[in-house]
Design a protein around this ligand. Sequence first.
Ligand code: FAD
Length: 514
Amino acid sequence: MRIAYLDRTVHETDGEPKPNGDVSAISKSIDLQGSVETGDKTTIASKDFGGLYSIKPLALIKPAGSDDISRAIKAASRIPRMTVAARGNGHSINGQAMTNGGLVIDMRSTEENHFRLLNINGSFFIDVSGGALWENVLTRCVSRFGLAPRSWTDYLSLTVGGTLSNAGVSGQAFRYGPQISNVTELEIVTGKGDITVCSETRNPELFFGSLGGLGQFGIITRARVKLQPAPDMVRWIRVVYTEFDEFTRDAEFLVSRDDGESFDYVEGFVFCNNDDPVNGWPAVPLDPVHGFNPGIIPQTGASVLYCLEVAFHYQKGDHPSTVDKAVAGLLKRLRFVEGLKSQVDLSYVEFLLRVKRAEEQAKANGIWDAPHPWLNLFISKSNIVDFDQTVFKKMVKDGIGGPMLIYPLMRSKWDNRTSVALPDSEIFYLVALLRFVSRGPSVEESVAQNREIVEWCIKEGLDFKLYLPHYQSKEGWKRHFGDQWTRFVERKASFDPMAILAPGQNIFKRTHLS
Ligand code: FAD
């Protein structure tokens, strides 16, 4: 299909210069195997999961594969000021996959490309499309090969390219590192339209730059992901703490132990010490039949409590007593409140798709589509007590209308050649305030509170980074990247950047593509 649809003048709508050339002359020469959508058919690309911004692209390209993406980028390069953004599944919060008056490349249309198992020197890998959803990678790998990727996100309706452009973290990352530590090769269409294969040894600057590279180095069209044998079953367990220092001591103990001497998944969350159905005790039990007995909570329990969430993998053939013994051996080292424990056994795939069930319920209740002013932070271990005292125990002590995650990660499992910016300390925490505004404070209050939290972190000099970063100023980005700023900018320039990060953030916009 021709990109003749792009024959249109784009007007300035937000004070930024927009492409204003007559693009038809260029686009007429380009044939795509995929399609180009304009007008109302681009609506999906003008919003994201955050629901905070609405930005209209010029066109939504649905490529058939890398050649189409290359042609579209080359065409864009001939249009003055044209920008290009890859869109995975649009689950960003702050417009990261949008571009005002530019081209959005809808990677979902490439989902079926590149599904290939490889055995390299006895280790298994899967080649998947950058536009594939992780949930499909999971179910296909397990059902066809009995294998699975090692590192996940909590929710899997996200694309491979979307999470690799950030990091991709969940309760397995303490052991295997984030998803970006679990890929060995990428195919990328650069900002020049070159289709390039890269790895640790082949075009390493492009490889490491793109991992956590916020979509600024090119479009990831294929990723080679490490696999391991998939377990059959998971025992999923939650235990409750009243004291933050005991919660963090146990969480850090578990993530610091060697393979085979800990759980296979470690996360945690903060909840309110009351009967609020969303923010309080009812949010804890894994099996509603177990309930939550608040009478057991010691008198010392403050406004908020802490839940450590762990999981243990096993095979169907394992004797139940072997599993019970192994789990009991790990739990007996922990200092949770006795009696406040909840557990379920479920298949590995069901466990990894657990948030999908929550999504289905939230959709049925009409809260999934409401705005989500989420805040994700990485905070150094040395500052996490201060953060608990001020943020959890004071600012958000009444809840936020959604989960408040907190769990430790190990810096040594991350590769410092990637583009991700991290706190300095070996142990740092992921903190995620996952707000559903239909159940909590308003959008304005939530955004203001997020800002207040970040400003407090800056004022107090905390060693922290925004995860899924978004800033409105160059100063913000420079502070975020710190020592890595120059490397990021120089790397980006050499691959000719094209995407924009979010509204108003024109410092990362492509200035030229040719
Ligand atoms: P999009 O939002 O479409 O894109 C994100 C960024 O990546 C944009 O900058 C875009 O331009 C770029 N991009 C997209 N595709 C490509 C590509 N192929 N090549 C180059 N750049 C590309 N994150 C975690 O780490 N752990 C979690 O547990 C987790 N849970 C989540 C749960 C929910 C319900 C939601 C909504 C988000 C969650 N996230 C989590 C955040 C998520 O990882 C990011 O928002 C991710 O970017 C979303 O993927 P996406 O496919 O929707 O990407």
